[in-house]
Design a protein around this ligand. Structure first.
Ligand SMILES: Nc1ncnc2c1ncn2[C@@H]1O[C@H](COP(=O)(O)OP(=O)(O)OP(=O)(O)O)[C@@H](O)[C@H]1O
Ligand SMILES: [Mg+2]
Length: 242
């Protein structure tokens, strides 16, 4: 039996026999506003709070301070987790856009995967992390231009994190609901792909998700609705979209 790493996201783990497979990397693909960042942070937050597993969040598109503020709305005190060494947020945004930062963990060479991996190794030594989130891969893809190079670099990152014993969620922004990656390569280098849909039905938008692929396990093949509530994501695992 492969060991599981539950996301703790209500309704999700039962769609895949109890959670993600430990020490593997997963892609969450979805359009802007679909809930990728929330899914990724909820995975780390639950890991810290419910399973006593520290996590590393790599923020390539949002400043850590914005994340702390946005998630405080859910009642999640990220700063407290950071003080307790249960969470580390790497600021991989500021250097990229030439802004100063007083964050504790900063990726000073944001387009260099080796420096990112070194950073992760150092932090893992420090806090004993078991989970990671890379939000998002899309900026890296744009920086590298060549999809084949991006594919190799992503494979390097996902494989290294697996060897380090980190169960990882990587996000990918897509332009259209239903696409599984932005550059057509991201899904190949991860052990599983979860697709978030954000579709319009008459005058409302409906959120739903699908486990598109998950190697090494049985999983639901259906599309299930989910909500973003004042407590984060809730998946309605017994309901289906049609
Ligand atoms: N407290 C809340 N209650 C309900 N919905 C919320 C709450 N906070 C955020 N949301 C919803 O979550 C969305 C943001 O989710 P998130 O940041 O995870 O999206 P994303 O997929 O990462 O988008 P992007 O690709 O632009 O980064 C908001 O647009 C809003 O619809
Ligand atoms: Mg996001």
């Amino acid at each position: 039996m492969l060991e599981r790493c539950p996301t703790g996201i209500p309704g999700f783990d039962e769609l895949c026999d109890g959670g993600l497979i430990r020490d593997r990397s997963y892609l969450i693909a979805g359009p802007s506003g679909s809930g990728k960042t929330i899914f990724a942070m909820q995975f780390l937050y639950n890991g810290a709070k419910e399973y006593n597993e520290p996590g590393i969040f790599i923020a390539t598109e949002e400043r850590p301070q914005n994340l702390r503020e946005n998630f405080s709305v859910f009642g999640w005190d990220l700063e407290k987790l950071e003080e307790e060494n249960m969470l580390a947020i790497i600021d991989a945004t500021s250097a990229k856009i030439g802004l100063p930062t007083d964050e504790k963990y900063v990726d000073v060479r944001p387009f260099d995967t080796r420096s990112l991996i070194d950073n992760i190794i150092t932090i893992q030594d420090e806090i004993g992390a078991l989970r990671a989130a890379l939000d998002s891969t899309t900026a890296m893809g744009f920086a590298m231009q060549d999809p084949s190079k991006f594919r190799v670099e992503l494979l390097k990152i996902s494989t290294t994190l697996e060897i380090l014993g980190l169960t990882t969620i990587m996000t990918a922004e897509v332009i259209e609901s239903g696409m599984i990656s932005r550059f057509g390569v991201e899904n190949f280098v991860t052990e599983g792909t979860i697709v978030l849909y954000y579709t319009r039905s008459e005058n409302v938008r409906i959120r739903s998700l699908e486990i598109y692929k998950m190697r090494g396990t049985n999983h639901s093949k259906k599309i299930h609705p989910y909500d973003i509530t004042s407590e984060g994501i809730i998946v309605h695992s017994r309901e289906e979209m049609f």
